[in-house]
Ligand binder design. Structure first.
Ligand code: PMP
Length: 354
């Protein structure tokens, strides 16, 4: 830290992204990316758009929002697009929290939430999950703050039903409820149909997981126009060109071929079931995942040791040090071949330990 770094950030603990492989042969199962690359139609559209890089992108992202409105079946004025969903989440912290309105979220959830609170100097409160890592929705009623709920939750992978989210909304009419649906396409129930009925609901989505565009950085917020206007005020005061030309072109082309994305989700769900069974056969316990990752622990090897020994063999998974979850690892669902290699490697590691 330099002697010039603002004192207000003295206690900041920045978010730590998953590590990048040191060589190309490593299997990367640590950041919940989609193992299937974007279609050539998408990369062609990006190449074509690159000819116009001398011009700023459309600050209203009109064409992209039109494509999204069609895809999600919501009106265009209910949509905002951002540089990854991390950006819309940050905007929500900025727009809807202050000294008197804390951010409120589960004690085990997406690790960026406390960081967004800290960087914006906002108070926050964590509500403990139950021992089985599920959410007790009753504890999320009348929270007197802005609620952030990842559904499905990360890194647990567990999903709430739409009816449970609706109960949370009904019991939080005086505050905004942000439902982060980064992983919803892998088998969870979306609460998008609730947007029209609840003026306090903001749903966030991403192209990083189910739509194979993590590297493009494209996020979406869906809410009634008044909430969207607040978020646009923050966006236009931060970076009105937050979605660049290449990303917008990728997003539009990607939505034109959405059946490819949905087919990939189906494949990933199938590989998830196979991986779940294979890991259970090896003695793992895990939560019920509605995402593109598994959250698993083994009685005979610590989460940290398994992570390190897999890394030695060129397989990256994600280990978190948090007290309640340090026994677990989060394992992204890759291709069937990658998951077979993972299971083989774990089998060997467990045999070596026996
Ligand atoms: N929400 C959750 C729950 C996540 O796990 C992630 C990915 N790390 C994000 C949001 C942000 O994803 P992105 O910025 O790539 O859209």
């Amino acid at each position: 830290m330099s002697r010039f770094f603002s004192e207000k950030y003295i206690d900041l603990e920045p978010y730590v992204p998953g590590e990048l492989p040191k060589n190309k042969r490593e299997i990367k199962l640590n950041t919940n990316e989609n193992p299937y690359p974007p279609l050539q139609e998408v990369t062609d559209a990006v190449a074509e758009e690159s000819r116009k890089l001398n011009l700023y992108s459309d600050p209203d992202s009109l064409e992209l929002r039109r494509a999204l409105a069609d895809n999600l079946e919501v009106p265009e004025d209910h949509l905002i697009v951002t540089n990854g969903s991390d950006e819309i989440l940050n905007f929500a912290f900025m727009a809807f929290c202050d000294d008197h309105i804390p951010a409120v979220f589960p004690d085990v959830t997406y690790g960026f939430y406390p960081v967004f609170a800290q960087i914006n100097q906002l108070p926050y409160r964590e509500i403990p999950l139950k021992d089985d890592l599920t959410i007790d929705i009753n504890k999320f009623f009348q929270v007197a703050g802005t609620l952030f709920i990842a559904n499905p939750n990360a890194p647990t992978g567990i999903a709430l039903k739409k009816s449970e989210i609706e109960q949370i909304l009904q019991n939080n009419t005086y505050n905004v409820v942000v439902v982060d649906e980064a992983y919803v396409d892998f088998g969870a129930e979306s609460c998008l149909p609730l947007v029209e009925a609840y003026d306090n609901l903001l749903v966030t989505r991403t192209f990083s997981k189910s739509r194979s565009l993590a590297g493009a950085r494209l996020g979406v917020g869906i809410a009634q126009p008044e909430l969207i206007a607040d978020l646009n005020a923050v966006r236009n005061s931060t970076n009105p060109y937050n979605v660049n030309r290449l990303t917008a072109a990728a997003g539009i082309a990607c939505l034109k071929h959405d059946d490819y994305n949905m087919e990939n989700c189906r494949k990933i769900i199938e590989t998830r079931s196979w991986s779940e069974r294979a890991l259970k056969d090896l003695g793992f316990e895990m939560t019920t995942s509605r995402t593109n990752f598994l959250f698993a622990r083994h009685p005979d090897i610590s989460g940290d040791e398994l992570y390190k020994r897999l890394k030695d063999r060129g397989i990256l998974i994600r280990h978190f040090k948090g007290q309640r979850i340090c026994d677990y690892n989060r394992i992204t669902i890759g291709t069937p071949e990658q998951m077979e290699k993972l299971v083989e490697a774990i089998k060997e590691i467990l045999e070596e330990k026996a």
